[in-house]
Design a protein around this ligand. Structure first.
Ligand code: ADP
Length: 468
């Protein structure tokens, strides 16, 4: 744990006592703060009380005695409307911050030059975070990963110069971290997502940009410039004197890291040298993963790894569950779990990797649906529609691709396995769960949805599990 000392002797309110909120409350209390926690959920409240955290209804407390409100990242700060606790704090002139902000303040006191690597982007955050961590560990470095990927940042060991913290940051977390200042900051991409929580794309992109804008002049601001928002962010970072490393998987760069024919190249003043090859690495299939791998390579180079170590690390990367995870094979049919693809952009990445696809899609729809995926329709042999989005998606597919309204994942696996097998298409025929939707209409989260898919696939007669 990282004890938070910056509020020692002060009263701090914590709203949202799930994993990271509880970890923050503990770290604040251990550092000497007088913590009062609250949550709308009675079970979380009881758990916090059991863990020795003082709790009280924050509507009833004297806000003039409170120094800060620590908000869990799942709680709305601005859109669609500020949570009532944030409103009370603002009215009382109390700052509203999150756990990454506490981490940054503590790090500046303990080890301001420690290798703090922060990663954000609309898509690819977890993969890039896990890959950087893996590259460091496989090169014999000491490193931990945390943040949005699952481990609350304040539960990690305190920052120190010889130990890297590789931290995935959601836009919500950046919004709550006004002084975020990673030594290596990475902005992978920006596209429309989570606009319900950020209002406009301008605001959302602006929040993400703050992660690289906070990189100190002697750090590295790594920005993939394949979309216009990130391109503009990179230009602004250069103008403000940062050491910017541009990344592209779409064009050659005269300075930066780019990917061409599966090769990661490093260019300096127009002179390009190969760093590593991505060919044959199953866990990094597709152009989207090339973007993640190029960003991770840039981070590894900034942290002093050499090309040989990076190549070894890339080759041994096992990949993450629910992201184009190869689950099993039955004859020519490969079953792929891409449950993490909760928007059309993400599903586009998976659809682009295969050519004969039996596609399971649907769930809780996002704005725009799957209209943007029309270019992939010729690769799709049939679609199996599940969840709330089924009718809307059927409207988009009508007359263009065969589809079946199966409703549930259980029926989708059964029907798609049957059709894929009967298709007599040549290897690889792919049954792909890549929903282009959130899971909340039928599952607690995308992990539970992906786990169910894996379970159903592995129960098919004659299936051979794929070892990761
Ligand atoms: P995040 O943590 O940002 O949600 P993940 O690494 O978990 O991202 O990947 C989630 C999904 O997003 C993947 O299954 C894939 O479909 C898609 N994806 C991953 N990397 C990228 C990328 N660089 N660009 C676009 N889509 C991506």
């Amino acid at each position: 744990m990282i004890p938070v000392t910056s509020f020692a002797g002060k009263r701090v309110a914590v709203f949202g006592l799930g994993g990271s909120g509880l970890a923050s409350a503990r770290a604040l209390a251990t550092g000497g703060a007088d913590v009062v926690g609250f949550d709308d959920n009675a079970a979380s409240l009881a758990k916090a009380a059991q863990a020795g955290i003082a709790t009280a209804d924050l509507r009833q407390v004297d806000w003039s005695k409170i120094s800060a409100l620590l908000l869990a990242p799942g709680v709305p700060l601005t859109h669609p409307a500020p949570h009532w606790s944030a409103g009370l704090a603002r009215n009382a002139g109390v700052e509203v911050i999150g756990d990454i902000e506490l981490y940054c303040r503590e790090r500046r006191k303990l080890a301001p030059y420690s290798p703090f690597v922060a990663i954000t982007g609309t898509n690819g955050k977890s993969t890039t975070t896990a890959l950087i961590h893996h590259l460091l560990i496989s090169a014999g470095r000491s490193a931990d990963l945390g943040g949005n990927i699952g481990t609350a940042v304040l539960t990690l060991a305190p920052p120190r110069a010889d130990h890297a913290h590789v931290i995935e940051c959601s836009s919500y977390q950046i919004d709550l971290a006004p002084s975020i200042d990673p030594r290596v900051g990475i902005l992978i991409n920006v596209s429309a997502d989570h606009l319900d929580r950020h209002g406009t794309l301008e605001h959302y992109a602006g929040v993400k940009e703050r992660l690289v804008a906070g990189v100190p002049p002697d750090g590295a601001a790594i920005v993939s410039v394949d979309d216009e928002w990130c391109e503009a962010a990179a230009d602004r970072a250069v103008a403000s004197g940062k050491n910017v490393v541009r990344i592209s998987v779409r064009r050659r760069l005269s300075d930066g890291i780019y990917v061409e024919n599966g090769e990661i190249m490093r260019a300096v003043g127009g002179d390009a040298q190969p760093v590593a090859r991505l060919g044959g690495i199953g866990s990094l299939r597709g152009l989207h993963n090339a973007q993640n791998a190029a960003c991770a390579t840039a981070a590894a180079l900034a942290l002093g790894l050499d090309a040989a170590a990076i190549q070894i690390g890339l080759r041994s990367f096992p990949g993450l569950a629910h992201r184009m995870e190869q689950v099993g094979r039955k004859g020519a049919v490969l079953f792929v779990n891409d449950s993490k693809a909760t928007n059309a952009d993400s599903s586009a990445q998976a659809l682009g990797c295969f050519s004969d696809i039996f596609w399971i899609a649907g769930g809780k729809p996002k704005t725009g649906g799957i209209a943007s995926l029309a270019g992939f329709f010729p690769r799709i042999r049939k679609v199996y529609l599940i969840g709330e989005a089924a009718n809307e998606f059927a409207g988009t597919l009508d007359g263009k691709v065969a589809y079946e309204m199966v409703g549930t994942l259980d029926l989708a696996v059964e029907a798609s396995a049957r059709d894929a097998e009967a298709s007599a298409l040549k290897e690889p025929v792919v049954v792909l769960l890549s929903p282009a939707c959130a899971s909340f209409d039928q599952y607690r989260n995308f992990e539970v949805r992906g786990d169910r898919f894996r379970e159903l696939v592995l129960a098919l007669p004659g299936i051979a599990p794929v070892k990761q």
